[in-house]
Design a protein. Structure first.
Length: 533
């Protein structure tokens, strides 16, 4: 038996990056791509925050402009309200003065009685009329009481009583003949004045959509210069407030930031959508790069492993050729000598005869090992020819049927092939040798009996031959080791049988795969390229 303890096998590469690639792959491409997209998302976030702050400042600026414009409108309206009030008073004063002059004229012609003054007041729209002199005072209606001018002068007195809602005019008569006092209802004029006044304007502005409040605030201190717009938290919402000085008061204006909130929501939504898009693209590209890199590394590992195997096979092949060459000649000489001794065994004792027979058997086994070494060391070139695959397998089964029957091993062949699928292009000698090695190992693995199932299947591009046998004692994880050179579980084996099978199948541009799906059941698959006629 050949000592395989000092034989170095191909290095394991599973889960490791080849040394010639380790220097170049400092950072995985997929991780670098993911990092790049993360930086892009970060830049997008910074840009979004800058845009959000810009929109906020722009909104504050527009709010400031609107507040200033609103202050000008309020100031203009206040001036108009004051002017309107003066106009209303002037109109009332003119009307009452003309009425007093007309009454004075009529009274000069014929003095009025109380009932006549009441009728004239009702007809003229006056609240009441009083004609007074030093001797008497006539009023109409009687409940009317005008303000009396204690010092009768030539100056017309005009007044407005907010509590009584009344305009009062005291008109001095010509030549000192007393005075005429008339009153005019002021409610309608007050309503008119109120409608065009500042208070009504503030109410109207407060009802406008988007404006939270507009109010004038009295301040003991002098008004400060225009203050910038700022956020003011209130109950349930946030208001953008500006304060402007106006007529020794402060105009405080609050705006609802609905447009700002809507714009910020739009920016957030755009950012979220863009981030999701960038994240999805980043994840997709990272996954594709990861798959590409994984495929590249797997290919590199396979290439490195195949290169190591080929290097090892070359070293082992040269060593095997040298060993076979150096050992075969002495073995032949020893075999010839033993044959001569057996021819002359009549002069030998029986114990020497048994020894000679045992020595010849040992030389035969050594010669068989040398033959395996030579076959393994020789380059394999398949001489393809058309072969009936079913017949070839049946011939191999017939060759080992007797041995299988003796070992109580049942061999079953399944070949449901169409008549035009039975022939393939193989080297009948090399391929037959590979089938023999598989059948021989299957039978030797089941000394106490078992089975060997062979299945033939041909599809459009491939011919598959599957061998299934019991008796596999190794752990399932070690199943791939049985195709390595010098690996064997037999006490008299060389470990070259299945290694030679793999070399023969590769010489046919096929694949040889082994697996263990069930305990102690070994599956061996041969895949050969097939071309349909």
């Amino acid at each position: 038996m050949v000592d395989t303890r000092n034989i170095k096998h191909a290095p394991e590469h599973k889960g490791k990056i080849p040394h010639h690639l380790a220097g170049r792959l400092k950072l995985p491409l997929w991780l670098a791509n993911l990092l790049l997209f993360s930086i892009l998302i970060l830049i997008t976030l910074i840009y979004f925050l800058v845009q959000t702050e810009r929109e906020r400042q722009l909104f504050y600026s527009h709010t400031q402009e609107h507040s200033e414009l609103l202050a000008q409108v309020i100031k203009l309206n206040a001036d108009n309200a004051m002017a309107a009030g003066e106009v209303v008073k002037k109109v009332a004063h003119t009307f009452m003065l003309n009425s007093a002059r007309f009454i004075d004229y009529l009274d000069t012609i014929e003095p009025f009685s109380s009932s006549e003054l009441s009728a004239l007041a009702l007809e003229s729209g006056l609240s009441g009329i009083t004609i007074a002199d030093d001797q008497q005072e006539v009023s109409g209606p009687l409940k009317w009481e005008g303000e009396k001018n204690e010092a009768i002068t030539k100056k017309t007195l005009f007044s407005h009583d907010d509590q009584k809602h009344l305009f009062t005019l005291v008109y001095p008569r010509d030549e000192g003949r007393g005075e005429i006092r008339i009153g005019l209802e002021a409610r309608q004029l007050e309503v008119l004045q109120k409608q065009v006044g500042l208070e009504q304007l503030l109410i109207t502005l407060n009802n406008i959509s988007g404006i939270s409040y507009v109010r004038l605030i009295s301040s003991a201190r002098p008004p400060l210069p225009t203050s910038p717009a700022r956020k003011v938290p209130t109950t349930g919402e946030t208001i953008i407030e500006t304060r402007l000085p106006m007529n020794n008061k402060i105009l405080s204006t609050g705006f609802k930031p609905d447009s700002l909130v809507a714009r910020e929501e739009d920016l957030w939504r755009d950012f979220a959508m863009f981030t999701l898009l960038i994240g999805a693209l980043g994840g997709l590209f990272s996954w594709l790069l990861y798959r590409y890199q994984l495929s590249f590394l797997t290919h590199a590992r396979r290439y490195d492993k195949r290169l190591a195997h080929e290097r090892e096979d070359a070293i082992l092949g040269r060593a095997a050729a040298a060993v076979a060459h150096e050992i075969r000649n002495p073995l032949n000489a020893i075999d010839i000598g033993l044959q001569r001794l057996e021819l002359e065994e009549s002069g030998l004792a029986s114990e020497y005869t048994s020894l000679t027979s045992a020595m010849r058997n040992a030389v035969g086994r050594a010669n068989s090992i040398v033959g395996d070494l030579r076959r393994f060391a020789q380059p394999l070139t398949a001489q393809l020819s058309t072969v009936d695959i079913t017949s070839l397998v049946e011939d191999i089964i017939a060759l080992y049927q007797t041995k299988a029957n003796a070992a109580n091993i049942k061999i079953a062949l399944t070949a449901n092939l169409a008549p035009d699928n039975k022939t393939i292009q193989v080297d009948s000698i090399l391929f037959g040798q590979a089938l023999e090695n598989i059948c021989k190992n299957a039978l030797e693995a089941q000394p106490a009996g078992g089975f060997l199932k062979i299945n033939l299947h041909v599809n459009r591009s491939e011919c598959k031959i599957t061998f299934a046998n019991a008796g596999f004692k190794l752990p399932p994880l070690d199943v791939q080791k049985i195709t390595e050179p010098w690996f064997t579980t037999k006490t008299r084996g060389t470990g070259l049988g299945l290694a030679l099978v793999e070399r023969i199948i590769k010489a046919h541009h096929g694949r040889f795969e082994v697996e263990c799906r069930e305990p102690e059941i070994l599956l061996q698959h041969i895949f050969l390229p097939y071309k349909r006629k």
